[in-house]
Structure formats: C-alpha cells, structure tokens
Design a protein around this ligand. Structure first.
Ligand SMILES: Cc1ncc(COP(=O)(O)O)c(C=O)c1O
Ligand SMILES: Nc1ccccc1C(=O)C[C@H](N)C(=O)O
Length: 397
C-alpha cells in the first residue's frame, strides 16, 4: 500500500494554496532543488565534460525511461526520455507511417491536443503523396478504424474533458485492420494505471512535467514495442541515436532498439529534477493511486454539484471512463477561474468554457478537496467572478 500522507510531505506547496493543476504542471518535490544544485556544483562544476561518463549523464535518458516504463506497463529497456512531447509525437508518427508504406491515412479525433494535430498536419504536408489526417469525434473513433488507416494517433485521456479511450480495445481494432496504434499518454502517465504492453500499443509517448512532477521543461518519453524496436526507422536520425555515436561515421546507422529514438544532447539539469521526482514514484502502487484518485474526484464532483447548480459536469460521470481530472462547463469559466486562483485555488481554463481540475493523490487529501469546494461555491454562488480584472485574458491560460 502506498502511504499518501507520506508522499504529500515530500512536495513543496505554497502556503494557503490548493493545487488542482498538477495535470498541467506538477509541484516541486522538496528534494529537487538540492539535487539539481548538487548536479550543478559537484558534477558540472567539478567534473566538467568528464561528467558524461563519471556522473552517468549519458546513461540518464535510458535509466529514466525504465523508471517511467514501470508506471506505464512497458517492458524494461523499451522507453527512452528526451526532447519534448511534440517532437516525440513526430518521431512516433513518422516511424509508424514508414512501417505502413502502402497506406496514407492517419486517424485521430477532435478531442486530441492541438500539438498532436499540428505536428501531423506538418508531416502530412511535407510528405505530400496523398497523405491525409482524418479527424472524427472521440466517440466515433472505433467505427472509423477502417482498412485504409495506416496509423491511429490518439491521446488516451482528453485534455479538456478527461474522457478516457479504451486503449486495449482500440489498439486491437487498429491491428485487426492492419494499422499501427500510437498512444499519447500526456494525461495518463502518473494519472491512471496504464499497460502499454498488455494493450499491445505499437508506440506510446508522453510528458513528465504533469503528473510525474519533473518540472517545467522536463523531457518527454517514447516507448516502442519490443517487436518493432529494431525495425522502426527513426525519423529524427540524430547522432545520439546512432549505433556508434563516437565513431563519428559519415553515414547514419540506427542504434539498437529504443536507443535509436534518442536525438541529441540530453538536458541533464532537467533530467536530474525528473530523477528526483521519480524517487517518489518508486514507492507508489498504481492501483492504489487510481483508487485514491477516484475517491478524491468523486468527493469533488458530489460537493461541487451540490453547491453549484449552474456548473455542468463536462467529464464522464463514470470514473472508469475518465482519467484523473474533472471538468465543469461554465460560460464565464475564464473569469471564474481567475477568481478561484485569486482565492488560492489553482485549476485552469480551457476554451471555450471548461474549468479543469486535476486530482493528484501524491499531494492532495480530503481537506484540500473540501476547501476547493468551499472556494468554488463562494465564487460561483456569489458571482465573485464578475469583476473586470478577471475578464482580461493572460498570455498563458
Ligand atoms: C496530449 C498532449 N500532447 C502533446 C502536448 C505537447 O507537449 P509539449 O509542449 O511538451 O511538446 C501536450 C501538452 O502540452 C498534451 O497535453
Ligand atoms: N506545457 C505547458 C506550458 C504552458 C502552459 C501549459 C502547458 C501544458 O502542458 C498544457 C497541457 N498540455 C494541457 O493539457 O492543457
């Protein structure tokens, strides 16, 4: 069993703040500042370039990949970290398309995060030759998996509503028509139980700055199923994905397995912060985490619905069909979210009218949820959002 009171003590949360936005940026693990500082002074400072060997910097992308692998049900040695999620989406998609050379259609849904769609649009344009992004509504994905599909590119948990796709069923459907399945786990890794191997996913990608708490700019990860690992052509063939980077050959030869998905120099300071955050995850049982996340989310939904009849639940009511976030629709959602933040409750707003709240059992408990409900009730029922300063849109929402 996981001791969630103990994990809560391992995070720094500012006084007076209830943080329901760990689904966008996780909070600071208390040990991270010292760990990063030590890397700066003792490793970078003292070891200089010898740190790549002496401090194990060059091995970090794979070591971190394995620690994340446990959380997403990957086989050891099949996940690597680096770059940003948008780049990992590009890599997975380009590789998968190259593995289905006689097909041209990429299937995704209108609930997908825009970066995944933009990356796909860019790649489709560059490839030309009849390539096409086909978008359907999330609930129509299953029936849209037809035998002209090359690749399905789906985000398991919808960033706006929290609606969760059935990864195993949709992957099986994709395979049945000869397509490959790529899963974006941005809102799944560290949020719910994930079993990429069990579901038969061909590729999976995700970020580490949300539920995994790796910090702003923390590296992304990519998983390639063992059956493809030595065949998948790496789309971004950088030197650190080469079979022998320090041979400095003039021609590219892909590295073994997942190593080929490395591109260039890893961001060591960010990786140390992530390493520190993953120390906390080592003690976490994912089934216990999921049970606790459902408990806290259900308490939140019941409390908000009882107190605020003007908010409508945008997330699936059945917890089995959602990830670890809860969203409500409110036409003045932007202003309302600013008013909540002003009163110490941090969530976020997603256009056009979604107020989004993330549930992260590592550092949230019932007292936080009850306090959040109180603040929401105060802001909504007393229309405290109706102030000009809450209407002004900020650059980042
Ligand atoms: C589902 C999903 N995919 C892709 C991204 C883009 O990730 P990044 O900004 O790290 O490239 C995000 C969030 O930003 C996301 O939520
Ligand atoms: N990386 C960010 C930087 C700044 C502001 C938000 C993000 C997010 O990650 C947004 C997230 N993908 C979302 O689901 O809305």
């Amino acid at each position: 069993m996981t001791d969630f009171a103990a994990t809560k003590a391992l995070f720094h949360l500012p006084d007076g703040i209830v943080y329901l936005d760990g689904n966008s940026l996780g909070p600071l693990p208390r040990a991270a500042a010292a760990r990063v500082s030590q890397t700066v002074t003792d490793e970078w400072g003292e070891m200089l370039i010898t740190g790549w060997n002496k401090a194990g910097w060059m091995a970090l992308p794979m070591a971190l990949g394995d620690r994340i692998g446990r959380l997403i049900g990957a086989e050891p040695g099949h996940v690597v970290t680096g770059d940003t999620l948008s780049i990992k989406v590009y890599q997975a998609l380009a590789s998968a398309l190259a593995m289905r050379p006689d097909r041209r259609v990429i299937l995704s849904d209108t609930g997908n995060f825009p970066s995944d769609l933009y990356i796909t649009q860019g790649l489709v344009k560059m490839l030309g030759d009849g390539y096409e992004l086909r978008l359907v509504a999330p609930e129509e994905v299953a029936e849209a998996i037809t035998d002209d599909i090359a690749v399905t590119l789906l985000t398991e948990v919808d960033y706006r509503t929290g609606r969760k796709h059935d990864m195993a069923a949709l992957t099986a459907k994709a395979h049945a028509v000869g397509a490959l399945a790529i899963w974006d786990l941005a809102h799944s890794a560290g949020a719910i139980e994930v079993d990429v191997a069990g579901a038969g996913a061909d590729f999976a990608v995700g970020c580490t700055y949300k539920y995994l708490n790796g910090g702003p700019g923390a590296p992304a990860f990519i998983y390639v199923a063992p059956r493809h690992a030595d065949q998948a052509p790496p789309a971004l063939s950088g030197w650190l994905g080469h079979a022998a980077p320090f041979a400095f050959d003039l021609d590219y030869r892909a590295g073994a397995g997942i190593e080929r998905m490395r591109v260039g120099t890893p961001p060591i300071l960010q990786m140390r912060a992530l390493d520190c955050a993953l120390d906390i995850w080592d003690s976490v049982d994912m089934a216990a985490l999921r049970a606790r996340s459902i408990e806290l989310s259900e308490r939140f939904i019941a409390g908000v619905e009882a107190a605020c009849p003007t908010l409508t639940l945008a997330s699936p009511r059945d917890p089995q069909n959602r990830g670890s976030q809860v969203s409500f629709r409110f036409d003045q959602g932007y202003a309302a979210m600013q008013a909540l933040i002003d009163r110490g409750l941090i969530g976020d707003f997603r256009a056009p009218d979604i107020m989004r709240f993330g549930f992260t059992p590592l550092y949230l408990d019932e007292a936080d949820i009850d306090r959040a409900i109180e603040i929401i009730a105060d802001v909504i029922d007393n229309a405290l959002w109706d102030q000009p300063q809450y209407m002004e849109r900020k650059a980042v929402t």
